[in-house]
Design a protein around this ligand. Structure first.
Ligand SMILES: [Zn+2]
Length: 78
């Protein structure tokens, strides 16, 4: 799994609507990629905060900014 693949299915990961095999691939990727781990944790926390305020949709702007930031970081590492 690549960072791009991970980010593509991030919404499903958060929803936990992913297959067991995919979940294993994600765990393997997160073990060697700290950036995606941070993205996942940050996104989860952000969604929790929004849910506390009874807003269930993560604003597109927020998730786009998050995705852009992480892709920039991944590029720097490579
Ligand atoms: Zn990654």
């Amino acid at each position: 799994m690549t960072c791009t693949e991970f980010l593509t299915i991030l919404d499903d990961v958060i929803d936990e609507s992913i297959a067991v095999e995919t979940r294993i691939e994600i765990e393997l990727h997160l073990r060697k990629c700290g950036h995606c781990e941070v993205v996942l944790n940050t996104t989860r926390k952000t969604i929790e905060i929004f849910q506390c305020h009874e807003v269930y949709e993560l604003p597109t702007e927020v998730s786009e900014r998050l995705h852009t930031a992480i892709m920039e970081n991944c590029k720097k590492v490579r």
